[in-house]
Design a protein around this ligand. Structure first.
Ligand code: CU
Length: 284
């Protein structure tokens, strides 16, 4: 089916790409008042701005304190680029295993399990993305998943005592690798929590209001573009088990199909969506 995310077969990891279905970059930042994040203002999260070009990822600050930090992707070199936070002691092995995991061949599920063991992902997003996440002291990477270019950054010092933005609606991945929500999706802030034991991302594709679970099941088995596909949607990139993020995200009064296309750690060559990790939900 057309909505399948192509997890790249590049030798090194293109960690996640968005699908043909919902590539419209998020409109999250349009016209947003800067209420939640004034740099230096007490009680507000530290704000770090990100850009990528063909050679590297640029950050407005590469040394900051632990605690809740807000990341904003202001520019990417390619359409489809997503900038993600990665923590690992072995970058080369992480990329190699991820490449193996996305190849879908024998051993791919075990390779994905290894990625999960040696790497931690703290979310990410395309141009316009804006999210908050709590980071502990340590060394991290920001990776452009389209080019695999990256930069390092360091978190150290006294922990900032600031809270995440209050989420207007919540989405989480359950222990059974399913999506759940606390009702309709609504903005301005949407939280995404990975309560599962595998790495997940959240792709929210806008679909026709009449779309039923049966339509989705049929579409997932087919190779045709589904008729229920509509333009628009949003995308919160990879998060490891236990990681919570909140995203500044406008949500329309439309139906959304939530999906995750990360490779399974249990079945070779099977992305989570094909194991049932999809969920229809209305926005409000
Ligand atoms: Cu998943």
């Amino acid at each position: 089916m057309k909505i399948q995310t192509k997890l790249s077969s590049l030798g090194v990891a293109v960690l996640v790409t968005a699908t043909g279905l919902a590539m419209a970059p998020s409109t999250a930042t349009a016209g947003t008042a800067d209420l939640f994040a004034r740099p230096g203002h007490p009680g507000q999260p530290k704000v770090v701005r990100l850009k990528s070009n063909d050679h590297k990822v640029n950050m407005s600050d590469r040394h900051f304190r632990p605690g809740v930090t807000e990341f904003r992707v202001t520019k990417t070199v390619h359409r489809g680029s997503s900038l993600v936070i990665l923590e690992t002691d072995n970058l080369a092995r992480t990329f190699k295993k991820f490449g193996k995991a996305t190849s879908g061949g024998p051993g791919s599920a075990d390779a994905m399990k290894t990625v999960d063991r040696i790497a931690t992902f703290y979310g990410g997003g395309a141009k316009g993305a804006r999210w908050q996440v709590k980071l502990s002291a340590g060394s991290y990477y920001f990776v452009d998943t389209k080019t695999n270019k990256l930069t390092t950054f360091t978190v150290k010092g006294d922990r900032r005592g600031v809270k995440m933005a209050h989420a207007d609606s919540e989405v989480w991945a359950t222990k059974q690798n399913q999506f759940q929500t606390d009702g309709k999706l609504s903005g301005n802030w949407v939280s995404f929590t990975n309560k599962a034991h595998e790495i997940h991302f959240l792709e929210a594709d806008h679909v026709a209001g009449y779309t039923t679970p049966k339509d989705v099941r049929r579409a997932l088995k087919s190779h045709k573009e589904p008729k229920f596909d509509r333009s628009g949607g949003f995308f919160f990139d990879v998060q490891s088990p236990g990681v919570k993020t909140v995203h500044r995200q406008d949500v329309a009064s439309e139906k959304y199909l939530l999906m995750c296309w990360m490779p399974s750690e249990e079945q070779d060559g099977t992305p989570h969506a094909l194991m049932g990790m999809w969920h229809l939900v209305w926005g409000s």
